[in-house]
Design a protein. Structure first.
Length: 406
């Protein structure tokens, strides 16, 4: 015999009423019924097993039906609730509806067929509600997987350019170290020569000549060493900035206070190779409040917007991209604008829909901006685009600022 699909809990202090309800379910093989005259016993049953539907009388000695249903909502919030009453009390009905306690009222005496229909409808509503919740959860999971996949794809696209950036930063580091090694070798050679001169009792004029050579070489050696050290320091700073950009994009975590300007700088650093190809990048980053969210996801949005802007100006005579931040009231704004040719009106209308790409079919998946919108809306914000044909494109991201003292 198959397991019952639904579990129904019936609570009524009148044994005769319980027997009538049991008769309703006699021919329903997919329904398992727990019936009790005690509200407290009903609560104990709900603690031990899942419940799909609760049917209870309003007038009971231990507690009123609405009180019992309020407790049941705490224990089994997804269970539907039906209230039986012999007194059509408008105040009770309004209270139950306003507090979301009751799926349906049934007046006593009730008809068995009407009760059967009520129960069947309630259980079907519960089934559809469960299916809806399951689909929503699956959609949330798929949506997060899509964001993660785009995140990994972006990391893949960046990997080649990051290798180039790292190699470019390491070369002067190695060159500076080699030059410093040569200069230190020269200094050591001079010191050893002086030591040998003393041990061999060179004539005073020979020692003076050697001393003069060392003194002349010392400023030159010091200057060369300082120059090599400066080269090493500059390369180290470049590597550190690149590492910060990679770290800010790669780490995933819980929502936390974010400095939007740091997210912008991280995205710019990761795309620095794109903006050394003759594209003028202008930054206007004002002091703005913190926002709450996931830094890597915000960086992902900025990588997409800045990358699209760089693509949009490839054929422009004097290509330029502008990124700026500011705040007004409780909101922080990020704007990314380019002086490209703008978007086709048909594309602009469905810009944030899945599979709508601003690039050629071979270059874009059409998911980037759709994912950007999902990320921004997931942070409680919004994103919009303005793109007059022939006058460039401007994206504006709006995010809620963290309230002071929050």
């Amino acid at each position: 015999m198959p397991e019952p699909s639904y579990r129904v809990l019936v609570v009524d202090d009148e044994p005769m009423a319980l027997n009538l309800v049991r008769r309703v379910f006699e021919s329903e093989s997919d329904i398992d019924v727990d019936a009790t005259t005690s509200a407290q016993r009903g609560l104990e049953v709900a603690m031990l097993r899942d419940i799909d539907l609760v049917i209870t009388d309003q007038r009971m000695p231990e507690m009123e039906g609405l009180q019992f249903l309020a407790r049941m909502r705490e224990l089994r919030p997804r269970a539907l609730r039906v209230l039986l009453t012999a007194f059509p009390d408008t105040a009770v009905a309004l209270k139950a509806i306003n507090e979301g306690l009751v799926y349906r009222f049934v007046l006593k005496p009730w008809d068995m067929e009407d009760m059967r229909v009520t129960v069947r409808r309630a259980l079907e509503t519960k089934r559809l509600s469960d299916e809806h919740e399951k689909l929503v959860n699956q959609l949330k999971t798929s949506h997060q997987e899509l964001i993660d996949a785009e995140h990994m794809a972006a990391l893949g696209r960046l990997s080649a350019s990051l290798g180039h950036e790292l190699n470019k930063a390491v070369k002067p580091l190695l060159a500076g170290a080699s030059a410093l090694e040569v200069e230190m070798g020269r200094l050591l050679d001079a010191a050893r020569a002086a030591e040998r001169a003393v041990k061999r009792n060179f004539a005073d004029d020979e020692v003076k000549l050697l001393k003069s050579d060392i003194l002349r070489a010392s400023p030159e050696l010091a200057g060369s060493a300082e120059e090599s050290l400066a080269t090493i320091r500059a390369a180290g700073v470049q590597l550190e900035a690149l590492a910060r950009g990679i770290e800010s994009y790669s780490l995933r975590g819980e929502p936390e206070p974010i400095d939007i300007n740091q997210s912008v700088l991280a995205a710019v650093q990761l795309l620095s190779h794109r903006f050394r190809q003759g594209i003028k990048l202008e930054r206007d980053l004002r002091a703005v409040p913190l926002v709450r969210g996931r830094g890597p996801e915000i960086t992902q949005v900025l990588l997409n917007l800045l990358g699209n802007a760089a693509d949009a100006v490839q054929a422009v005579l004097n290509p330029a991209v502008n990124v700026r931040t500011w705040h007004e009231g409780p909101h922080v704004f990020i704007e990314v604008a380019d002086n490209g040719s703008g978007l086709d009106p048909a594309v602009a209308q469905r810009l944030f829909q899945p599979f709508t790409s601003t690039k050629s079919s071979r270059r874009g998946s059409g998911l980037g901006l759709s994912i950007c919108r999902s990320i921004v809306e997931g942070h409680g914000g919004s994103i919009e685009a303005v793109s007059p044909k022939g006058r460039g494109t401007r994206f504006t991201v709006t995010l809620p600022a963290i309230e002071r003292g929050a």
